[in-house]
Write a protein that binds this ligand. Structure first.
Ligand code: SF4
Length: 86
């Protein structure tokens, strides 16, 4: 089974940094104003960054997220952030 990780389309990336801030694994960094996957071995493919990307530049190939899934992912991100702060 092939492991899924995110891909970032630099042409769509506006450099907002939201994906890097949302990545709990620290796999994404901003380089020259664009998001870049720095450590593919850190990416768990869970997609915490996806709902934060306003342009659709961050994608997990072969993974079709329904808008309700994105709501769920945002809820999970919030939940994990809360756990981390307790
Ligand atoms: S959230 Fe999307 S637009 Fe913003 S830096 Fe990340 S990939 Fe680029």
């Amino acid at each position: 089974m092939k492991r899924r990780i995110i891909e970032i389309d630099e042409n769509k990336c506006n450099g907002c940094g939201a994906c890097a801030a949302a990545c709990h694994e620290g796999a994404i960094a901003m380089v020259d104003g664009k998001a870049r996957l720095m450590r593919d071995d850190y990416c768990d493919g869970f997609g915490d960054c996806l709902p934060h990307c306003p342009t659709g530049a961050a994608q997990v190939p072969n993974c079709c997220f329904h808008p309700l899934h994105l709501d769920w992912l945002q809820l999970q991100s919030f939940h994990f952030a809360q756990l981390r702060n307790t």
